[in-house]
Design a protein around this ligand. Sequence first.
Ligand code: SF4
Ligand code: SF4
Length: 175
Amino acid sequence: MSSLVKRPSGVASWYLPGILGGLVFTMKKMLTNLFNQKQMPTLNYPEQKYEYGPRFKGNHVLTVKKDGSIRCTACMLCATNCPAQCIKITAAESEDPSVEKYPISYEIDVLRCVYCGFCEEACPVDAIRMGPEWQTAALNGSKFTYDIQQLAYRAQLKGGVVSVLDDQERHKAGI
Ligand code: SF4
Ligand code: SF4
């Protein structure tokens, strides 16, 4: 039976020149990087962090109204459009006659999320946005299912992000 892969013969079959060549290449790169640290294409994370552009889609935020209550109307458009099927909403009727429904539970499994931004695009009332946060380390898998408390009122949001619709209303009113 003939072999499909031909073995090199002569000097080409020696391993040592290849190993030495590899070591010289690695050493050359290491010394170049050591003396030209500003030119290095990599960052010394976590001391140095990459600055993403304003359109970066990081962790989700559920926006709030001016009174601090959640803006989401539990219409399910985000969950319907989510390709990863990672949004779970339980709706309830609101006591406020101007609001039809609200979510008593809103959860995103961020380990399944592909950060495509479809939820943000689908939302008709600017109730969900994707912000600049991207460092989502945790010790336990259950910590990656974000609930309303995490999505709307986590400490980094300093009381919640007021919707742009409210910003526009405020702008119109000249406040
Ligand atoms: S970013 Fe995409 S995958 Fe993630 S929750 Fe939104 S729609 Fe789903
Ligand atoms: S976040 Fe927006 S799209 Fe999703 S259920 Fe709430 S209102 Fe509807």
